[in-house]
Design a protein around this ligand. Structure first.
Ligand SMILES: [Zn+2]
Length: 380
């Protein structure tokens, strides 16, 4: 599911974004009460001139995406419990859209709520209905049979939350020695995309990752997994063009046009820049080689050096908003590490060839004997 951040302006009329700081303690669920309005429509309505209401929300979600309209640490007006009500002042409002495929929408909402609870370390008791604050029958999509579906929704969210806790991946450091071999990296890439759009051979590219990583003390296999994620297995198709030798979207900000990002003269320099950028996030220690990463200085200026020692720390840093970014890299890394590469056991091979040799010699001797016997009988 896509998660878009489209904050409404601070001066939006009718005080819809008051800019009041909020330390949320709850999540409040609404449904839009409009069967035709998508998440994007809801977002657009917040800035529509014909809208004269002081009402807003944080996130709207439909069958295909979530749109965040107000930062989650600012107040929105949605709970109907007054200026200082707990619903308004202490809860994140989620509007579930009533448009489109309801089942898909509810699955998306379930995942979103579980993810928020997970990130905040909250339990299911933090999830409230609009109804809980002021008695309004909202979210009306769950209200039938004395809120039967609401109870079902909470059970699903809790199940999803438990799954997230269970799957919590082991923290993996960016710095260190590569664990995958060149052969595994190559084989995995070619199994997904046999024709990567790169300006060198796959063998060369893989060796650049391992060599440049080794020099800087960065795991080259992690950098490679990152590049597979960033370039769509070197199919490209986003902002970065294949000729740019930019394998991790360096300088490709969310709203940039095609080609509007860093370009490197050769694939090796592109890899080096990526490794240096990773190193910058992972440690305050300077790169060993001359700096070719055009954004390394930005890491220094923004105080980001050494702030992301683990792969999942890149979420919200290398990628924005970056939910699940590091986890995605680790998923690819695990697949690379699972690639089976046939290794030759030369000792075993020696003995088996020797056996075969011996058997053939015996056979040759047998044939020779038989030949001489036949020769005698035939008197040739
Ligand atoms: Zn509501």
């Amino acid at each position: 599911m896509n998660y878009k951040i489209q904050h409404i302006p601070k001066d939006t009329p009718y005080n819809r974004r008051p800019g009041l700081e909020m330390q949320a303690e709850y999540i409040t669920i609404h449904s839009t009460a409009n069967p035709r309005s998508t998440a994007q429509n809801e977002r657009d309505w917040l800035v529509n001139k014909n809208n004269h209401r002081t009402a807003s929300w944080h996130i709207a979600i439909d069958e295909k995406e979530a749109v965040e309209a107000i930062p989650l640490n600012e107040v929105a007006w949605h709970a109907g419990d007054g200026n200082n009500g707990t619903g308004n002042r202490k809860s994140i409002a989620i509007e579930i859209c009533e448009s489109g495929d309801r089942a898909k929408t509810v699955v998306n909402a379930t995942k979103l709520v579980a993810q928020l609870l997970y990130e905040k370390g909250w339990g299911i008791d933090r999830v409230k209905r609009h109804y809980d604050w002021n008695g309004k029958i909202c979210p009306r999509i769950f209200a039938k049979n004395n809120w039967e579906n609401w109870r079902g929704f909470l059970i699903d969210v809790e199940r999803e939350l438990e799954a997230l806790k269970k799957n919590k991946q082991e923290k993996i450091r960016i710095l260190g020695k590569a664990q995958a071999t060149a052969e595994q990296m190559k084989k995995y890439l070619l199994s997904i995309n046999p024709n990567p759009k790169i300006n060198c051979t796959v063998d060369e590219l893989v060796s650049y990752y391992l060599e440049e990583g080794e020099i800087e003390g960065v795991r080259g296999d992690i950098a490679f997994a990152q590049s597979l994620k960033e370039t769509g297995f070197f199919r490209f198709g986003g902002i970065v063009q294949p000729k740019q030798n930019n394998f991790a979207g360096i300088g490709a900000l969310n709203n940039n046009g095609k080609g509007q990002c860093a370009t490197f003269p050769t694939p090796r320099i592109g890899v080096r820049a990526q490794i240096q950028h990773l190193k910058g996030y992972a440690t305050t220690e300077k790169p060993v080689q001359e700096i070719v990463d055009p954004r390394y200085q930005i890491l220094i200026d923004k105080g980001l050096l050494g702030t992301a020692p683990y792969v999942t720390d890149l979420n919200g840093k290398w990628a924005w908003p970056g939910k699940g970014y590091g986890e995605g890299i680790l998923k690819i890394l695990n697949k690379i590490l699972a690639v089976k590469v046939e290794t030759v056991d030369y000792k075993k091979l020696y003995f088996s060839v020797r056996e075969e040799n011996k058997a053939l010699r015996t056979k040759v001797e047998e044939l020779r004997d038989r030949l001489s016997q036949i020769k005698k009988i035939a008197e040739v």
